[in-house]
Design a protein around this ligand. Structure first.
Ligand code: 6PG
Length: 243
């Protein structure tokens, strides 16, 4: 069963899914700036958004996004320096942010080089400073792991229980690492959440997330439907194979 305010867009392949995602990004950006003068967006790491970042850095997309009125945050980050090969910031910066005219002060990364709890607290301060006490993102782009984690909200991890903080350090026992992540209340407060899932390896997870037992501790991606906004899944045919 799907949360009532969610849709699933099945695209013929990963390229078409990236195109759809980039189109939604541009649409959300232009509408947000027209209505509120600013576009607040959070982007993930991983492989799924790579083609989306590359599209947004190319024409015509790069000219369609009001970059000077756009602020970019991250849904999560690894506890590594910004130039580390695993850094989500590095990925977005190399493929997109360094290639478009977004003011550097409009890009807000987690300080993965700091101790995790300090990095999360600093990010929370930045969120509150820029977006107020109850941040409302115009768009949160998410990926999903094969275990149905999203952002760095992994199954049965402490971050799933956070109801007050905006960002936390989350110890992921399965990986034996800390990760930095936005919390569920922030994600659910967004105007629009877009989950991008690509490839046959995600088919079982997509089925569990959308058609399986509702268990948000086991399947954290089930907890991202915005309270007032809209949730859209963009998947390719391979990832939709078990639906
Ligand atoms: C990260 C992401 C993470 C990602 C999923 C899916 O830091 O890796 O934010 O939540 O979206 O793990 O990763 P892929 O897109 O590589 O499948």
């Amino acid at each position: 069963m799907l949360p009532c305010s969610s849709d699933v867009l099945v695209c013929r392949n990963a390229e078409a899914a990236a195109q759809e995602t980039a189109d939604h990004f541009v649409c959300a950006a232009t509408r947000s700036v027209a209505e509120r003068g600013v576009f607040h967006v959070a982007v993930p790491g991983g492989s799924s958004p790579r083609a989306v970042f590359q599209l947004l850095a190319s024409q015509p997309y790069a000219s369609l996004v009001p970059w000077d009125r756009t602020t970019v945050f991250f849904t999560d980050e690894r506890c590594v320096p910004p130039d580390h090969e695993q850094s989500n910031y590095r990925l977005a910066n190399e493929l997109l942010l360094s290639k478009v005219p977004i003011p550097s002060e409009n890009v807000h990364r987690f300080a993965g080089e700091l101790p995790p709890i300090e990095a999360a607290a600093e990010y929370e301060q930045t969120l509150r400073h820029i977006m107020g006490e109850r941040p409302t993102f115009d768009l949160i782009l998410l990926g999903m792991g094969e275990d149905t984690h999203t952002a760095s909200l992994f199954p049965n991890t402490p971050a799933l229980d956070e109801t007050r903080k905006l960002a936390v350090a989350n110890y992921v026992r399965a990986l034996d690492v800390h990760r930095l992540t936005l919390t569920i209340p922030v994600i659910k407060g967004a105007r629009r959440v877009l989950v991008l899932a690509l490839g046959s390896a995600k088919a079982r997870a997509v089925n569990k997330a959308l058609r399986g037992e509702v268990n948000e501790r086991l399947h954290p991606v089930q907890s991202v439907a915005p309270t007032k906004g809209r949730l859209l899944w963009i998947v390719d045919q391979e990832a939709a194979a078990d639906l």
